[in-house]
Design a protein around this ligand. Structure first.
Ligand code: B12
Length: 223
C-alpha cells in the first residue's frame, strides 16, 4: 500500500494503469452535475493513432474494439484509485468512462468539465475535449475525492482559432463553428441530437459510435 497519498503517489499509481495524462480541478464551487467532494481528478487515455487514422470516413471495427478497451481500462484505473483513496480514509467517488449514469447511480457528470477545469485542454468546435498533446483522440474519466491536492490552472476558452476542420468533416453538420467559452450551453456549440442520429446511420460497425470529428482534428495528426 502507498504510505503517503500525495500528488506524486497518485501519479505513480495512474502510470501503472497506463493513464496518459491527468490533472486536478477544484470542485468548489461545485461544478455542474458534480458530486459534493472538493477535488476532481481528471484523467485520460489516448486512442491509438493508427486506429484514429482509419476513422476519416466513419467508424471501424478497430475503433469499436479500441473504444471498449479504453472504457474498460479507464474504469479499472478509476476503480483502483477510489479503493486506494478510501483505504487512506478519504471519501471518493468515480464517474465511469461512459454510460447512462455515474455507475453508482450518481448523475451523469460530463468528464470534459473536469478536464478543462484541471487545465488539461479545451473544448473544440464540435464540442470535443481537445488535449494539446493528443487532440480529441482521448477518452476521459473522473474521480471526485475529499483529498486536498494542488489544482491545475483552468482553461476557459477554446484555442482552435480559425480552424474548422471538425466542423467541415462532420457528415451531419453538428458543429456550429463557434469558439467555446466555459459555461456556454452545449446547444450553442453543437447539435447533439444530430450527432446521435448520425451514429445510427453507419453500417460499418454494430455500435453507435462515430469518430470522424476526432480524426479531422490537426492536433490528432501530429507530423
Ligand atoms: C451522452 C454522450 C454522448 C451523446 C451527447 C454528446 C454531447 N456532447 O453531449 C452522443 C451520443 C451524441 C455522443 C456522441 C459522441 N461521444 Co459521447 N458521451 C456522452 C456521455 C456518456 C455523457 C455526456 C453528456 O451528456 N454530457 C452533458 C453535456 C451538456 O456536456 P458535454 O457536452 O459532454 O460537455 C460540456 C461540458 O463539459 C462543458 N464544459 C466544459 N468545460 C467546462 C468548464 C466549466 C466550468 C463548465 C461550467 C462547463 C464546461 O462544455 C462541454 C461541451 O458542451 C460522455 C461521458 C461523460 N460522462 O462525460 C461521452 C463522451 C462525451 N463521448 C465521447 C465521444 C468520444 C463521443 C463520440 C466521438 C462518439 C464515439 N465514441 O465515437 C461522439 C462525439 C460527439 C461530440 N462531437 O461531442 C467522449 C469525448 C472525448 C473527448 N475527447 O471529448 C466522452 C467524454 C466519453 C469518454 N469517457 O471519453 N456522446
Amino acid at each position: 500500500m502507498l504510505s503517503i497519498l500525495d500528488r506524486h503517489a497518485i501519479g505513480q499509481l495512474l502510470r501503472t494503469k497506463e493513464i496518459d495524462a491527468w490533472g486536478v480541478a477544484a470542485n468548489t464551487p461545485r461544478l455542474p452535475l458534480a458530486p459534493d467532494h472538493p477535488t476532481a481528478i481528471s484523467m485520460l487515455m489516448r486512442v491509438d493513432p493508427l486506429v484514429v487514422r482509419g476513422l476519416r470516413h466513419g467508424p471501424t471495427e478497430d475503433y469499436h474494439e479500441e473504444y471498449l478497451r479504453l472504457n474498460a481500462a479507464l474504469d479499472d484505473a478509476t476503480g483502483t484509485l477510489v479503493d486506494v483513496l478510501r483505504v487512506h480514509g478519504h471519501a471518493a467517488e468515480r464517474v465511469v468512462a461512459t454510460g447512462a449514469d455515474g455507475g453508482n447511480g450518481c448523475r451523469r457528470f460530463p468528464h470534459k468539465t473536469a478536464a478543462t477545469s484541471a487545465g488539461l485542454g479545451w473544448i473544440g468546435k464540435t464540442a470535443l475535449f481537445v488535449s494539446p498533446r493528443f487532440g480529441p483522440a482521448v477518452r476521459l474519466a473522473t474521480v471526485f475525492t475529499s483529498l486536498d491536492l494542488p489544482v491545475g490552472e483552468a482553461i476557459a476558452e477554446g484555442r482552435c482559432g480559425d480552424c474548422r476542420a471538425c466542423v467541415e468533416a462532420c457528415p451531419a453538420g453538428c458543429g456550429r463553428d463557434v469558439q467555446w467559452r466555459a459555461g456556454m450551453a452545449r446547444d450553442d456549440l453543437f447539435d447533439a441530437a444530430g450527432c446521435r442520429h448520425q451514429m445510427t446511420l453507419f453500417d460499418s460497425v454494430d455500435a453507435q459510435i462515430c469518430g470522424i470529428c476526432i480524426a479531422a482534428c490537426p492536433y490528432a495528426r501530429p507530423a
